[in-house]
Design a protein around this ligand. Structure first.
Ligand SMILES: [Zn+2]
Length: 146
């Protein structure tokens, strides 16, 4: 494992004095975050979206179904993350900007979480396989029961 990214040491003879403000972009908080990804709101939205598309295709306004793809742009914002340190919930695309006091203390001490938690992106990838597999099994069961 690599050590957390830190700013390079300054040479006091040649380098200007460092700023007193610590900039969050100098560090990668994702290395110390303890986040759990929750995709169920997005999965529910997909079920509602699919049912709306089915009903629209059966209606006389079927060509308007092209407009039904516009709401899918907001789908990533329905995937949520929960922070195990502070309990905050946020939208998945904003996970890299989450830095709570417990995380900042851990980053300052150069420690990693005690329990290695997969990254939020890896968790979402696994959830995609689980929900995709469940959808496939449900569709196969629906076809075979006819
Ligand atoms: Zn937090």
């Amino acid at each position: 494992m690599d050590a957390p990214r830190r700013p390079p040491l300054a040479d006091p003879d040649f380098d200007p004095p460092p700023s007193r403000h610590v900039r969050l972009r100098d560090f990668n908080p994702a290395e110390c975050q303890r986040l759990v990804v929750n995709p169920f709101l997005a999965a529910f939205a997909m079920v509602v979206w699919w049912e709306a598309v089915r009903r629209l295709l059966a209606s006389p306004f079927a060509p308007a179904f092209v407009l039904m793809f516009l709401p899918l742009v907001f789908l990533p914002y329905l995937v949520q993350f929960h922070c195990l340190d502070c309990g905050r919930t946020g939208a998945f695309p904003r996970r890299d900007y989450h830095a709570c006091p417990a995380l900042l203390v851990r980053m300052a001490e150069g420690k990693r979480p005690r329990l290695p938690i997969p990254s939020a992106r890896a968790q979402l990838f696994v959830w995609g396989y689980i929900l995709g597999g469940a959808t496939l099994l449900y569709s196969v069961a629906g076809v075979s029961s006819r």
